[in-house]
Design a protein around this ligand. Structure first.
Ligand code: HEC
Ligand code: HEC
Length: 210
């Protein structure tokens, strides 16, 4: 009897192990087509304008994938790179989106490339006045508001997205989500190229958040 119980027990353990190996395989398989643009450890690829995803907040990643899928993001006729990304989100279901977001949040992604030129002192003031309340003291993001981490993103991408909001590619009246519209209104508060560069340079100057 004891042996029989033991046999059943080990059978259950084996099943559980197979189950978890399958789940791990599946999320890696799900990520495989993404890696060609976002990199093997989701570190991002500037040459394809694909941002780093590793370490980003889970709920933010999931929301953006849902936005791409629904057409709230990446549907503006001039937003070519957003459209490319939207095509990749279209066939994911909600369960897959959530698993991918959790997986990407756990990846390390490595060091963020610095070397962005801008007036850091001016950027500090602009950041404190316009951004800190939502993106946090060290640009670590604020999950309650679904405001993403900025410090982990490359300067090229942060600047590109600020311009995407300003041009209405993200957060436009017809399709944008309420949060993207809010962020668009804030991006419009920066008055020129030099202010954009200053804020981005300041964000990149922050230390300690990975
Ligand atoms: C053909 C290249 C390509 C592929 C494949 C691709 N992406 Fe992207 N992805 C991009 C680009 C380019 C952007 C930036 C879009 C923009 O500028 O708004 C992006 C943006 C994103 C964002 C938004 C990040 C942020 O900080 O807002 C997420 C999340 C994302 N991709 C996840 C994925 C996942 C998950 C897959 C696989 C299912 C995938 N991508 C496949 C190119 C790609
Ligand atoms: C009221 C809160 C709020 C303030 C203030 C704010 N943001 Fe945001 N930010 C958000 C939210 C929420 C999002 C996600 C919006 C979306 O879904 O498109 C976001 C998105 C972004 C993104 C896109 C990141 C990505 O991964 O694609 C950038 C870049 C950004 N903010 C920079 C800034 C900067 C710079 C400032 C100050 C000039 C600022 N934000 C001020 C809430 C805020």
């Amino acid at each position: 009897m004891v042996t029989r119980v033991k046999q059943i027990y080990s059978f259950v353990v084996i099943l559980a192990l197979i189950g978890s190996a399958k789940a791990a395989d599946r999320v890696e398989l799900l990520y495989a087509p993404c890696a060609s643009c976002h990199g093997a450890v989701a570190q991002g690829k500037v040459e394809l304008l694909a941002p780093r995803l590793a370490g980003q907040n889970t709920a933010y990643l999931a929301e953006q994938l849902k936005n791409f899928k629904s057409g709230a993001r990446g549907a503006h006729p001039k937003d070519i790179h957003g459209q490319v990304m939207a095509a990749n989100a279209r066939y994911l279901n909600d369960g897959e989106i959530n698993r991918l977001a959790e997986y990407l949040n756990r990846l390390e992604g490595g060091q963020v490339a610095s070397g962005f030129t801008g007036d850091i002192k001016r950027g500090h003031k602009l950041y404190a006045d316009h951004c800190l309340v939502c993106h946090g003291e060290r640009a670590e993001g604020y999950t309650t508001l679904n405001a993403p981490k900025l410090r982990i993103l490359g300067g090229w991408y942060i600047k590109r997205q600020l311009n995407a909001y300003r041009k209405g590619w993200r957060g436009d009246g017809a399709r944008g989500s309420a949060r993207a519209k809010g962020m668009r209104a804030i991006a419009m508060q920066l008055s020129n190229e030099a202010e954009l560069d200053a804020v981005v340079a300041y964000v990149l100057s922050l230390e300690g958040v990975e």
